[in-house]
Design a protein around this ligand. Structure first.
Ligand code: HEM
Length: 393
């Protein structure tokens, strides 16, 4: 009998042994404590997240909504099903295409370079706090349409929302307070932008300016709530994936030397780190009818957790999945989900990954991780480093 609990100490410490057990012995696993099902194999997760006719997002997609039930299902793109989802996503997509995001490289590269040079005299820095968060939050604000000068304040709110405490399972009181502060900020921004009357230049403006949202004329609260996803989605995950890539390259000096010698390998190294250390541990769906998954019957109205990082280490999909290999050319992974809710920011994240890694590896090709200062976030949700100190010669 497997006792899998996403909030248990052992899973928070290292979820991969539990994921392996689940894949081998209970790939569609019932969690009595939360009255929900966890999917551990690549194919099952891929199919569920690609099937919006039988699996809904209406009741929320995260653990604080469906497992611990402390967070409301605030209206946003990730919480609507077709046909509303199709229409809303279609409206926003023009800002997220590879071509649309490519223009941001000319802001991102000098910003990254400047930051890297400013850090040189210190002989080392914290990848998360000194580089990844400051650069990527500023760029996310520019791209998504939040005021650039608010980037530091916003990223601090987002970090408080996602931060966990050792003796609290899941969302903390301070995280809920940060959620309320974000709501107040977003509603205030909505009012100011509505008053400006010029609402066509960014995803944020497009959301604020819509006549209808989710089929109805939206209040300021609903408009602000739709912005929340833009804020949470664009700021928290990328820094973790960037730091993971640097960490894995430091762990595999031969592969790092190859990438440094040939920067064309950077996107492959980033892609492999995305697969190997996917930050989003799971998102959920709710069954719209009775279903059968891998021979297991599940009733209508039940929540399902899709354990993305487990699927990314499934040997039914990947050869030697526990080996980090920049020469792997994975056809597909679950890091950004799949189907109609697949991450909108995927091309922007890949642009950021490529540019930050290219600049970092040119500036400090022989950086070393200072293991004594490394800190991991102990969270059931978006896993990764909270601190990754490095030194260079
Ligand atoms: C490496 C960084 C990122 C990772 C790992 C990531 C991960 C994900 C995942 C797993 C989903 C699927 C949600 C689901 O199936 O329910 C998602 C959705 C989404 N992401 Fe990202 N994300 C990243 C970066 C970004 C960025 C930079 C943005 C915005 C600029 C963004 C915006 C969104 C949005 C708007 C959705 C909702 C799409 C929908 O429901 O149709 N993400 N992301």
């Amino acid at each position: 009998m497997i006792d899998y609990d996403p909030f248990s100490d052992s899973v928070l410490e290292d979820p991969y042994p539990a994921y392996r057990e689940l894949r081998e012995h209970s790939p569609v696993h019932y969690l009595e404590k939360y009255d929900c099902w966890a999917l551990a194999r690549f194919d099952d997760i891929w199919r569920v997240s690609s099937d919006a006719t039988r699996f809904s997002v209406r009741k929320g997609t995260s653990a604080p909504q469906l497992l611990s039930k402390v967070l409301p299902v605030f209206p946003n793109l990730n919480h609507v099903d077709p046909p509303q989802h199709t229409e809303l996503r279609g409206d926003l997509w023009r800002f997220f295409t590879p071509r649309a995001v490519a223009v941001f490289e000319e802001r991102l590269r000098p910003l990254t370079r400047e930051r890297l040079e400013a850090l040189r005299p210190a002989g080392g820095f914290d990848v998360m706090g000194d580089l990844a968060f400051p650069v990527s939050s500023r760029m996310a604000c520019i791209m998504v349409g939040f005021p650039e000068e608010d980037a530091d304040e916003l990223v601090e709110l987002v970090r408080r929302f996602f931060r966990r405490e050792d003796d609290v399972k899941g969302m903390t009181e301070d995280g809920m307070a940060a959620y309320e502060e974000m709501n107040a900020y977003l509603q205030d921004l909505t009012r100011r932008r509505l008053a400006s009357g010029d609402l066509s230049h960014s995803p944020v403006d497009t959301l604020i300016g819509r006549e209808t949202l989710d089929g109805e004329r939206p209040s300021v609260e609903v408009r602000g709530s739709h912005l929340m996803l833009m804020l949470l989605g664009s700021t928290e995950t990328f820094p973790k994936t960037f730091a993971n890539t640097l960490y894995r390259l430091a762990e595999h000096p031969d592969q790092r030397a190859e990438v440094v010698a040939d920067l064309a390998l950077v996107p492959h190294a980033y892609e492999e780190a995305l697969r190997y250390d996917a930050p989003t541990q799971f998102l959920c769906r709710t069954t719209l009818c009775d279903v059968e998954i891998a021979g297991v019957s599940i009733r209508e109205g039940r929540p399902l957790m899709m354990l993305f990082p487990s699927g990314n280490r499934d040997d039914r999909e990947f050869a030697d999945p526990d080996v980090f290999d920049i020469h792997r050319r994975a056809q597909r992974t679950l890091t950004f989900g799949s189907g109609i809710h697949r991450c909108m920011g995927v091309h922007f994240a890949k642009l950021e990954g490529r540019v930050l890694l290219e600049e970092m590896l040119q500036a400090y090709p022989d950086y070393e991780v200072d293991a004594s200062g490394v800190d991991q976030e102990r969270t059931e949700f978006v896993r990764g480093f909270s601190k990754l100190p490095i030194r260079f010669g």
